[in-house]
Write a protein that binds this ligand. Structure first.
Ligand SMILES: [Zn+2]
Length: 328
């Protein structure tokens, strides 16, 4: 941005008065902050802790206990936290009590980026190989807790290595209570992000773009370019994937196109009109297109690989700090 401004001034020629009055396109921070080192052990422990509460299924005590812990963590890491309580009717007819948890850094800063993951876990293991176990709740170590764990570590880093840019970390609720049936409506999923997209935590909320993390803990994860992300936020996809490859994480952030998915970013793109990408594991050769542990009784800590957490966490951290430094 600095060099762009310099070019603008040269373009203005002798008319220095005009050049001086020209407002800066973007505020460049006085002090650039180096990209911190993402601590994968710390992120792992945040996932372990969530899983220790048990499945975080809406309308259960485990869900409530995990919520209180997540709010405390974000507050402890210096975020200004808003708990956005809401109710939404599930496809089953059950009225669900949800809470979107919003951790704000530099709440008054105009330039902001949004980072998100879902904190609830699914009510049924409807993809378990054992038909008799398909109504058990999902532990959700990868599907839910992994994204939240990575973002909690980023929150911790934002406290230790403060930046001037605004960052909002949103833990969406009720993502995974959707109808898994063949003719199901896609709007039965992602109830928390749909609610937030229609009811911002602040009037006229704006973010430059968003990054959603979902299932970012699996072994040998393959983050192909998900197609809703490519359709709504191609520039963000390209920047993040290029950065990842330049950092040596090209084995995770591959140059392949993935499917298009209904995930929280779809509604943030469509309803909130904030360009948002989804970093999500889309392995090759699996029946569902997701990890074999997806929506089964096997989505536990066994499936979490610290190397994947490091790759995702370091790339997102670098994206945020480079954006803050005007270098992204
Ligand atoms: Zn899920």
């Amino acid at each position: 941005m600095l060099s762009l401004l310099a070019l603008t001034f040269i373009g203005c020629g002798e008319d220095t008065a005009t050049a001086v009055e020209e407002p800066p396109v973007e505020i460049v921070p006085k002090n650039k902050v180096a990209v911190p080192k993402f601590d994968k052990d710390s992120a792992y422990s945040f996932i372990e802790k969530q899983v220790a509460f048990g499945p975080r299924v809406p309308n259960t005590p485990e869900h409530q206990a995990a919520k209180a812990w997540l709010v405390d963590q974000l507050k402890g890491f210096g975020a200004a936290v808003i708990e956005q309580d809401f109710q939404a009717e599930a496809y089953t007819g059950t009225m669900l009590n949800g809470t979107n948890i919003i951790g704000q850094y530099n709440p008054s800063a105009k330039k902001r980026v949004l980072l998100a993951a879902h904190w609830d876990s699914r009510h049924v293991t409807d993809h378990d190989e054992d038909e008799n176990r398909r109504n058990e709740p999902v532990m959700g170590a990868d599907d839910g807790a992994s994204g939240v764990g990575v973002l909690l570590e980023i929150a911790r880093q934002l406290q230790v290595n403060p930046i001037e840019m605004g960052v909002d970390i949103i833990f969406f609720d009720l993502e995974d209570y959707g109808d898994g049936g063949a003719n199901a409506k896609h709007t039965t999923w992602c109830l928390g992000s749909q609610h937030w997209s229609r009811n911002f935590h602040k009037p006229n909320y704006k973010a430059k773009y968003g990054i959603l993390l979902d299932m970012v803990g699996g072994k040998n994860a393959r983050f192909a370019k998900e197609q809703v992300s490519v359709a709504f936020a191609p520039h963000v996809v390209n920047k993040v994937w290029k950065l990842a490859q330049s950092m040596g994480y090209g084995n995770f952030f591959v140059n392949d196109n993935g499917r298009q998915l209904t995930d929280d970013h779809l509604f943030v793109n469509q309803i909130a009109k904030i360009p948002m990408i989804d970093i999500i594991n889309l392995p090759l050769g699996s029946e569902t297109g997701f990890m074999p542990h997806w929506h089964t009784t096997h989505d536990d800590m066994e499936g979490i690989d610290k190397r994947t957490l490091k790759a995702v966490g370091q790339v997102v951290l670098a994206s945020v700090y480079r954006e803050a430094n005007g270098e992204f």
